[in-house]
Design a protein around this ligand. Structure first.
Ligand SMILES: [Zn+2]
Length: 154
């Protein structure tokens, strides 16, 4: 019985996020026909604007130096230098890479949605004035929307 529970839990977690192991920053995919294939859960987040459960993603605890890319099109979105531990259970960044993240009014009429400026993939939401960092900005991002490329050492 106990084992059964563990197996169900682990297959569930794997289905939710499948970090792709990348060693180089790949080129941005501009043709929608060539976007990276998404798992069912990734599509739920990126296409249907879903939200992964807090503390379940691959990157909320990641402290490695590197770049976070859009899972669907490889566009660089966030740098590890702007990542901070918000304690919310989602990767949190107080800045974006240049113009690569677009802010939109959320369908809920209250929050501000953030999407990849190249493929319009849903990333999460941006919150301002919370006092976490001097920039007063928290980009709250689903790990499922991201791939991470660690900076080469040495
Ligand atoms: Zn994208």
């Amino acid at each position: 019985m106990y084992f059964g529970g563990l197996l169900i839990l682990s297959s569930c977690v794997q289905a939710q996020h499948k970090p792709v192991e990348l060693t180089e920053v790949p080129s941005v995919i501009t043709n929608p026909d060539n976007y990276r294939e998404l798992t069912e859960f990734e599509a739920y987040v990126i296409i249907n604007k879903g939200t992964e459960r807090a503390f379940t993603g691959a990157y909320h605890k990641n402290k490695e130096a590197g770049i976070y890319l859009c899972k669907q099109c490889n566009q660089p979105l966030f740098s590890s230098e702007t990542k901070f531990d918000s304690g919310t259970g989602w990767p949190s960044f107080d800045d974006i890479i240049e113009d690569n993240v677009t802010e939109l009014p959320d369908a809920d009429g209250r929050r501000t949605e953030i999407v990849c400026s190249n493929c319009d993939g849903h990333l999460g939401h941006v919150f301002k004035g919370e006092g976490f960092t001097s920039k007063q900005t928290r980009h709250c991002v689903n790990s499922a929307s991201l791939n991470f490329v660690a900076r080469k050492k040495g």
